[in-house]
Each structure stands twice: as structure tokens, then as C-alpha cells.
Design a binder for this molecule. Structure first.
Ligand SMILES: [Cu+2]
Length: 140
């Protein structure tokens, strides 16, 4: 019990809110690489979505609760933004970033809950074609 308490203190002392290194996800027709990204509750996650394909792609985390969402889309037309807004009207903090061909979008967010969350490209037909992944969020 004493040992457990000491370990807990050490974890708290080192578990500051520092931003982890950016994780790069390459998007192509029709897959992400890697297909899994990771995060820790309460710590900012940065995803760089590097589009090496010929079509527009995005990175959309489904069902997560997060704060401090900041998305910088790159090289996408305005239609993407409006389509996204209507599709996620009930989720003001949608965790989503888009990138046009040859561009890199940047997404930062802080997960509030642990879990395994599906990731998918919301461009019509891409998810169905296999453009899916997961975000695994662990507690502290
Ligand atoms: Cu796509």
C-alpha cells in the first residue's frame, strides 16, 4: 500500500499538461498510416494529417469528448467546412481536421475520457472503402 501511494505521487508529479510530440498520420486512397493514434486523458494531443493522396481527406474522431479543439485545415475548399458543420451540428467540439492533396492539416485537442474511439474519413465513400482507424485514450 505504501509503495502504491508513492508510485501515485510520482505519476502525478510527472504528469503535467505538456503537449506530447505531434503524431503524423498519412492519408491516402483509402487508408490512414498508421491506423492507430494514442492520447492520454487531460493531455493535449497533436495530430498532423499529411495527405499524400490525390483526393481531399479528413481525420474525424467519432464520439469523443474533448476540450481545447483547434483544427487548422489545409488546402480544402469551403464546401468541406459547411458540410462538416451540418453533419456535426449537435457536437460543437467535433474533433476533425481536413487536408487537400499534398497538404498537411493540424489538429490539437485534449481528451476528457479514456476509451477507444473510431476514426474515419468523412468524405463520402471513403470510410466505406476502408479509410478508418482508432484513437486510444488511456487514463493519466
Ligand atoms: Cu478520405
Amino acid at each position: 500500500m505504501i509503495v502504491g501511494g508513492l508510485i501515485g505521487v510520482v505519476v502525478l508529479a510527472t504528469g503535467g499538461p505538456a503537449t506530447g510530440p505531434a503524431q503524423t498520420v498519412v492519408a491516402r486512397e483509402m487508408a490512414y498510416a498508421p491506423i492507430e493514434v494514442r492520447g492520454v486523458v487531460g493531455r493535449p494531443v497533436t495530430i498532423q494529417l499529411k495527405n499524400e493522396g490525390l483526393l481531399e481527406h479528413d481525420f474525424n474522431v467519432v464520439g469523443i469528448r474533448a476540450s481545447g479543439v483547434k483544427a487548422v485545415d489545409a488546402g480544402v475548399n469551403s464546401a468541406h467546412g459547411s458540410a462538416h458543420g451540418s453533419a456535426h451540428g449537435s457536437a460543437p467540439e467535433a474533433v476533425h481536421v481536413a487536408a487537400g492533396p499534398g497538404k498537411t492539416g493540424t489538429l490539437t485537442f485534449t481528451p476528457l475520457v479514456p476509451g477507444v474511439f473510431p476514426v474515419a474519413c468523412s468524405v463520402p465513400g471513403h470510410k466505406e472503402a476502408g479509410m478508418v482507424g482508432t484513437l486510444t485514450v488511456t487514463a493519466e
